[in-house]
Design a protein around this ligand. Structure first.
Ligand SMILES: [Zn+2]
Length: 71
């Protein structure tokens, strides 16, 4: 099996971009701003360790699901 290096770097760039997008999104939600899911247009909700839920930012439908690590 061979890996197409061009494809590989494109993939890396895409995941890097989405990483920054997620960070930006998380920051806004944490600041208490209303951020809508890009898929279902429902407001995203922040889940913290105090709630008995996996921590992260999710929409009701689950199309946006960003996990957070509260260390
Ligand atoms: Zn959604």
């Amino acid at each position: 099996m061979s890996i197409d290096l061009k494809q590989f770097s494109a993939l890396q760039k895409a995941s890097k971009d989405s990483f920054f997008e997620q960070k930006k999104l998380l920051k806004q939600v944490m600041l208490g701003k209303t951020v809508l899911c890009s898929v279902c247009r429902q407001p995203l909700k922040l889940y913290t360790p105090e709630q008995n839920e996996p921590t992260g930012v999710r929409c009701v439908k689950g199309c946006t699901d960003i996990s957070l690590d509260f260390v």
